[in-house]
Design a protein. Sequence first.
Length: 339
Amino acid sequence: MWLLIRTSNMAVKRLLTIAFVLLGLSSMYGQDPHFTQFYANPLYLNPAFAGVKQCPKVNVNYRNQYPSLGVYQTYSASYDQYVDRLNGGVGVLIMQDEAANGALSLTEASLIYSYHLTVTRDFSILFGAQGTFRQRALDWNSLTFPDQIDPFYGFVKPTNEIAPDNTTNSHLDLTFGMLGFTEHFYAGITASHVTEPNEAFLSNNALPMKLSAQMGATIPLGRKRLYNSLDNLLIPHVVFQSQGGANQLTGGVSFNRGPMTGGMAYRQAIGAISTNPDALVFIVGIAPNDVPWTFGYSYDYTISPLKNSLGGAHEISMSYQFPCRSSRTRYSEIKCPKF
């Protein structure tokens, strides 16, 4: 009896894994990986952010979604800096997304340029362009199927499923973004997958364009002489994303006080496909004013019909800002959450 129960549990977990992979093989629309800590991965959110911090900066991000299944993990690393001769910022972004325990993977490598336009002394507009090489890969040999199940020994039988002719799909992609900001307010828009490439294995299925809008503000707390020294800021922010008929709205409030930073957010799915709450987000971080590194951790507590039985999502971010070669600054930095 114990063997039957154990085999049944393994079968359920593997069948769930198969289901996630089949979503990538079928004719259903796909969606992009997403990060909870948007502003800890700014180039992924909007290419116009390249060079916005003036000095060279490295960001590293890791996300583990539904850890009890072990099926979704996403890695990202980026570098960007401002270049005087180009009158803008340049950046490089690398991302790896793994689903179904690595059976289905997505690798992206991007080059980014952002033109910085100073409209007035207090208002600037940034225009970003991003060229991306994308490759989806399927490890067919790592998959297991229902017809392989033996009631006593588990997945031991051969399968009758036929592998697709191609297990890799490579293509080029384009993303454009625009960002406008003052000292205490910013707003931006992003159009991703403008070319709508076909990334399916078994059919012709274009990846739908993703549209995103971002907006936020910085509200100083306390008297001016205090928040100048301690950087006490309250930062409300909103991000809306739409792709393939699926819409998502995330709103939250972050704070910066001395070396500590953190916040809370709420994510909601809206639109024709589904309208339901998704997750409550809790974020904490360390961002000392006198050192160039930051660290952030966030946890997504699932409140959708899935509840939190799959473990929600853990996310870690780290950044390092190198010294500036030039002390010249054309405009004030955007005061986003520091992590």
